[in-house]
Design a binder for this molecule. Structure first.
Ligand SMILES: Cc1cc2nc3c(=O)[nH]c(=O)nc-3n(C[C@H](O)[C@H](O)[C@H](O)COP(=O)(O)OP(=O)(O)OC[C@H]3O[C@@H](n4cnc5c(N)ncnc54)[C@H](O)[C@@H]3O)c2cc1C
Length: 576
């Protein structure tokens, strides 16, 4: 398999292909689930298309806690099957599928109750450490260990002495969620899938009751096309019900949204060598190491407002600060917050009115012939969801389709990663970049690092870091457009890099430089460069202002004041 590019030319070619021949499967939604379905189907030999209305992973799949985990909370709810499945996936992703993108991360669990709590948490963690062994693989992360308060304080000096009596440390894994989805789509495209972003499904093609394809609007050009497919998969997360309405609302799945907000603070604001997990009255709060930052979250509240840009309110931010400050010796203030992001959990509804108790498990349904729906679940188990969805597709195709093989399909950049990692000093010498820079690049591109270095060889000015976001090289901005499907400034600053949440200026200080770098590969004239910067600036201003509002309604109204650079179309009304 060659490593596919997702540049502008490839997008046009994919749309042309999508409009020409009937495919076996077309997937709606370019989040982790849709991307997983596309990779699963294409590696079973099926012809596949994938349509994403906005940017890849711009929905929930770039707004998670970025953990690949079994979920200690589900263990406490005695949901052993869910935990076992997720831990097996964690081992697979860490060791075989994406060792360049998924990394172990330690968490300290401070104990606050003397007596019962240590044996209780300890027993849970013994199970957590053993449930995840899957055939042929080790756990992939170190086992847990018990710590006295003194030893815990050595690992996390930021903790307030009186806030806890001892601790247990355990390991999970973390991922750059947006990059993982994009990399999976590049992998799928390498196996032949036709993938397009800013391509919105606006309706279904029908023959009688049967779904025979989708109507699509290329939002970049305003052109409409029809994509014929023997099976259509709806993998639209919190938009599931809207797609369902396009076929007459007769689906069996209902999804509702629960908002989760994260804060990003600089690493030096919390002196700790480990992540931290805290119990809250409803759930848990994570303090997660993230490069030169910490990600802290999350909240869990019902959300019925705009799904594209869920807004974080002042109350959300205060909630997170209040809970983390309960254990810190030097409390964080709002001035310490560099970035804020909010995401919507796609929860299967109906089981309970309280969102934190709604099911994280997934369902697959076949509401009408030709249409498969998959929803729920969590990031960690996307591969299992995808496999189940494609099994349903195979059933609908009435032909023999090979079983899923994605447990043995490494993502683009995984093959050869370890060898390159071992050679990073040599790579640093030959490229003239610092070894820390090479490590950063390897953990973002894996063995595709050579493609980024080739851009630098052609134009040495691209070896410079962005002025104002020096974790990222200018070459990475160009590469995002030529290879990674970024089509707008926001895509690059928010998802190909995370400058939008990792800097106090939230990307404004680099917007001009980045837009200038994107202009060539994306064919922008001066007018478009200006529009991109203006839209980005308005977005940041609206987000900042919304985060000053007390309620969800106020925050939402203000965030909606900043329009998208490529607005989506109104869907067709019910075609059934
Ligand atoms: C705050 C928070 C924290 C989380 N933390 C974790 C975690 O640490 N670990 C974990 O395992 N899970 C976590 N999750 C859960 C996980 O992130 C989600 O389950 C997962 O990302 C959902 O992916 P998805 O593909 O179903 O949805 P999405 O990523 O939302 O993808 C759906 C896509 O469909 C597209 N779409 C919608 N309508 C159309 C249309 N008409 N045409 C074309 N495209 C369309 C959307 O634009 C969107 O990109 C978290 C979730 C939240 C909200």
């Amino acid at each position: 398999m060659g490593t596919a590019r997702l540049g502008p030319a490839e997008r046009s070619a994919a749309l042309a292909q999508l409009g020409s021949a009937e495919l076996d499967v077309v997937v709606i939604g370019g989040g982790v689930v849709g991307a997983g379905v596309a990779l699963d189907a294409t590696t079973r030999g099926l012809s596949v298309g994938l349509l994403e209305a906005r940017d890849f992973a711009s929905g929930t799949s770039s707004r998670s806690s970025k953990l690949i985990h079994g979920g200690l909370r589900y263990l406490e709810q005695l949901n052993f099957d869910l935990v076992r499945e997720a831990l097996q996936e964690r081992a697979l992703l860490l060791q075989r599928i994406a060792p360049h993108l998924v990394r172990p991360v330690p968490f300290l669990f401070p104990l606050t109750h003397l007596g019962w709590e240590r044996p209780y948490v300890g027993t849970g963690l013994v199970m957590y450490d053993t449930l995840g062994f899957s055939t042929g693989l080790t756990r992939g992360v170190p086992g847990h260990r018990h710590l006295s308060r003194r030893r815990a304080l050595r690992l996390a000096p930021a903790l307030r002495r009186t806030a806890f009596s001892g601790a247990v440390q355990y390991w999970d894994a973390q991922v750059d969620d947006a990059r993982y989805v994009m990399t999976m789509l590049r992998t799928a495209a390498g196996y032949g899938a036709h993938v397009a972003s800013r391509a919105q499904v606006t309706g279904f093609l029908r023959e009688g009751e049967r779904v025979t394809g989708v109507r699509v609007r290329d939002l970049e050009t305003g052109t409409d096309l029809e994509v014929r497919a023997r099976q259509v998969v709806n993998a639209t997360g919190v938009w599931t019900d809207e797609i369902q309405e396009l076929v007459g609302g007769r689906g069996q799945i209902h999804v509702r949204a629960s908002k989760g907000v994260h804060l990003v603070v600089p690493r030096d604001r919390i002196h700790s060598h480990t992540g931290i997990i805290l119990r809250t009255e409803k759930s848990v709060l994570f303090v997660i190491p993230w490069g030169r930052h910490w990600i802290i979250g999350t909240t869990d509240t019902r959300w019925d407002l705009d799904k594209v840009h869920p807004a974080a309110s002042r109350s959300d931010i205060d909630y997170v600060l209040e809970h983390v400050n309960a254990v810190l010796s030097v409390p964080l203030t709002r001035d310490d917050v560099e970035g804020v992001y909010a995401g919507l959990r796609p929860l299967l509804s109906g089981e309970s009115e309280e969102t934190s108790k709604l099911s994280r498990e997934h369902v697959v349904a076949h509401p009408v012939p030709g249409l498969v729906m998959v929803a729920g679940g969590k990031y960690t188990t996307y591969r299992v969801m995808a496999k189940d969805a494609v099994d349903a597709v195979a059933h609908g195709l009435h032909q023999r389709v090979p079983p899923s093989c994605t447990d043995r399909v490494p993502l683009a950049g995984a093959e050869g990663y370890q060898a390159l990692w071992n050679s990073r000093e040599r790579l640093a010498r030959s490229s003239g970049l610092h070894v820390a820079r090479i490590e950063h690049l390897l953990q973002r591109y894996g063995s595709m690092i050579g493609e980024v270095l080739a851009l630098i060889e052609e134009d040495p000015a691209l070896a410079r870091p962005l002025t104002g976001a020096d974790d990222y090289l200018r070459a990475e901005v160009v590469y995002a457009a030529t290879h990674e499907g970024a089509r707008h400034l926001n895509d690059v600053l928010t998802r190909r890099t995370h400058i939008a949440m990792e800097t106090f200026h939230r990307g404004l200080a680099v917007a001009e430089e980045a837009a200038g770098l994107l202009a060539g590969p994306l064919g922008w004239d001066d007018e478009q460069v200006k529009r991109e910067i203006e839209h980005y600036t308005k977005r940041v201003e609206a987000e900042r202002l919304s985060q000053e509002q007390d309620t969800d309604h106020e925050a939402d109204a203000i965030r909606l004041g900043a329009p998208d650079i490529v607005p989506v179309a109104a869907p067709e009304t019910n075609l059934a």
